[in-house]
Structures are given as structure tokens and as C-alpha cells.
Design a protein around this ligand. Structure first.
Ligand code: FE2
Ligand code: FE2
Length: 183
């Protein structure tokens, strides 16, 4: 009896996503190491925490594949690209990375829709929402860096920016979750 509830195509694209999330964890880890070497301990801390979050995403995909009777496969992860040139470059690279990941999620949801695999479609929606948050989080970093002076930021404003990130929440608030009743 066939117990795998995933089609071959869906199983393949989900395994690809599993690797992609592991890859994202690797990128955040590498940028965290870079930020620390530049003296930005707060930013490094933020990036390390986020790396962990990407690893949680990886596990989430893995568990879903197994839950549906599929076979999770672990493949090699690429070495991250070279170090960012500066903080602006670092956050821009991260933003691009998140956009690529969002597009990969959209492919999963599209395929699930095409195959009428509503379970995977539903699973994919969690990631659609998560990606809105992730993009908002990085956009917020880029905005804050701009206020700190961007490429022309002084040591003092960068110091403040760095210390703020030490305590930054890992999750961004979404406009759609805001309500008028909130205090
Ligand atoms: Fe992720
Ligand atoms: Fe992400």
C-alpha cells in the first residue's frame, strides 16, 4: 500500500526547500561571524539568533515531509558567498536572500495548487506569512541603518545601532495583525 501522501514532485521541491533553509542558516551564521570580526557584537548576536530560526524552518519542512509519509533527504549545503563589504551591503544581501526564499515558497504553493495537494498548500501558507515577517524585519534594519547615516554613519551612531540590535525582537510585527483595540 502506498503510504507516501506526497507526490514525487512535491517531495522533491520540499526537500529542496529543506536544503534552502539550511543554507539560509549557514548564510546568517557566516554574516554573524563577519559582523563580530568587525566589532558589531549586537548585530552578530541578532544574526546568530536568526540563523537558529532558519534552522527551525529547516526542521519544520523536514517534519512535514516525514509526517506525510515522505522521505526527507539531507544534502550538502553551499559555502556562503564572500564577506559583505559593509553593513549596508550585509543587510542588502540578506534582503535579497529572503526575497529568493520567498520566491521558492511561492513555487511550492503554486505546485501544491496545481496538484490540488491542499495539505501542502496549507503548510506552505505558514511560510508565506513567515516570509512577509522576514522581509519586514530586514527592511526595518535597512531603514534604521539609513537613519544612522547609512554609508556615512559615524562610529557613535553605529555603536548605538549595534547595541539596539542586541535586544531586537526576532519577529517583526505585521500591519495586518495590528488592531485598533491594542493598547
Ligand atoms: Fe526561513
Ligand atoms: Fe529567512
Amino acid at each position: 500500500m502506498e503510504t507516501n501522501r506526497l507526490s514525487k514532485k512535491i517531495e522533491k521541491i520540499l526537500n529542496k526547500q529543506l536544503t534552502k533553509e539550511a543554507n539560509a542558516a549557514q548564510v546568517y551564521l557566516a554574516y554573524g561571524a563577519w559582523a563580530d570580526s568587525e566589532g558589531f557584537a549586537g548585530i552578530a548576536n541578532f544574526l546568530f539568533r536568526h540563523s537558529q530560526e532558519e534552522r527551525n524552518h529547516m526542521m519544520k519542512v523536514m517534519q512535514y515531509i516525514m509526517e506525510r509519509g515522505g522521505r526527507a533527504t539531507i544534502s550538502a549545503i553551499e559555502a556562503p558567498s564572500e564577506d559583505p563589504k559593509n553593513l549596508q551591503d550585509c543587510f542588502e544581501k540578506i534582503f535579497q536572500h529572503e526575497i529568493d526564499n520567498t520566491n521558492a515558497i511561492y513555487e511550492i504553493v503554486s505546485l501544491a495548487q496545481e496538484e490540488k495537494d491542499w495539505a501542502t498548500w496549507n503548510f506552505g501558507q505558514w511560510f508565506v506569512k513567515e516570509q512577509i515577517e522576514e522581509e519586514a524585519l530586514v527592511l526595518d534594519l535597512l531603514d534604521k541603518l539609513k537613519i544612522a547615516g547609512g554609508a556615512k554613519a559615524t562610529q557613535e551612531s553605529l555603536y548605538y545601532f549595534d547595541s539596539q540590535l542586541e535586544q531586537k525582537e526576532d519577529e517583526a510585527d505585521l500591519a495586518r495583525d495590528a488592531s485598533a483595540e491594542r493598547p
